[in-house]
Design a protein around this ligand. Structure first.
Ligand SMILES: [Zn+2]
Ligand SMILES: [Zn+2]
Length: 270
């Protein structure tokens, strides 16, 4: 039986005979059910119409997307280190060329996800490469498909030695970032999905409870996100979509973006 994929958000649900009655991710106030109603696809249907897209981001970092774009159009990132490879976030599709490309890059050691909007085909990837998926306990209620491969953590986990996944909260209680010290030529990179969103003006980021519905976070939460990220050293910030990258001075970009946001919330900017 094929697993069911929500056509709106691309989250994958269990392989039941009939599709689920609804998609809890889309029903949540952070997302939206399309005006045309809930629609489901299965992986076979998805593979017929879409394929994996692989692009180098920088030495040791590869983007994995789906073309034509599907769901929320995200791209995952494969972080390669001497201690093993980590898939950060996920896409809804794993096809044969995609699987071969990942094999050629050294395969996977672990999968980590920034937050439930990126809970796509991660269990298919986990089965294919025989690896664990690390998820924050704080978002346990959003796990759409149970598996013994899922390992829950509280605030922090090292999926491979030297790489840290840390819970920062905000967009979701369990919202996480991945710190890769070897990124950006040894100056460090922070991978964020949209738990910290790289915005159009590439020297800046932002923070939201809901992006599609434009619901902001409160000042205290944003200050806490900045504090939790403040201990990491990084030059680049990689968001969850192609081209969403802060190339330089990323740590300062997060700091000043948090300050600007809090100032706006408090009416301290004209
Ligand atoms: Zn959905
Ligand atoms: Zn999101």
């Amino acid at each position: 039986m094929p697993a069911w994929i929500c056509a709106r958000c691309a989250v994958q649900y269990p392989d039941t005979p009939a599709p689920p009655p609804s998609c809890p991710i889309c029903e949540d106030e952070r997302e939206a059910v399309p005006p045309s109603g809930q629609r489901w696809m299965d992986p076979v249907e998805l593979r017929r119409e879409h394929r994996t897209e692989i692009r180098d981001e920088e030495p040791g970092l590869t983007g994995i997307g789906v073309t034509p774009e599907f769901g929320i159009g995200q791209r995952a990132l494969l972080v390669r280190t001497d201690a093993g490879n980590v898939l950060w976030d996920c896409v809804p599709l794993l096809d044969e060329p995609g699987r071969r490309a990942i094999d050629d890059l050294g395969g996977l050691s672990a999968i980590c996800l920034s937050h439930p909007h990126f809970y796509a085909a991660h269990l298919e990837f986990a089965e294919a490469f025989d690896v664990p998926v690390f998820l924050p306990r704080a978002d346990e209620r959003w796990i759409p498909r149970r598996s013994p491969r899922i390992e829950l953590f509280d605030d922090e986990v090292e999926p491979v030695p030297g790489v840290t996944v840390a819970r920062i909260g905000g967009h979701f209680d369990g919202a996480c970032v991945l710190h890769w010290p070897g990124g950006s030529d040894g100056r460090g990179a922070l991978l964020t999905g949209d738990t910290i969103m790289v915005v159009e003006d590439r020297g800046w980021v932002s923070f939201m409870w809901s992006y599609p519905n434009l619901i902001p976070l409160d000042a205290g939460t944003i200050a806490e996100i900045a504090r939790r990220v403040g201990r990491f050293r990084f030059e680049r910030v990689y968001g969850g979509w192609w081209g969403h990258v802060v190339l330089d001075d990323g740590a300062a970009a997060v700091r000043r973006s948090a300050e600007r946001y809090i100032d706006r919330l408090r009416g301290e900017r004209p």
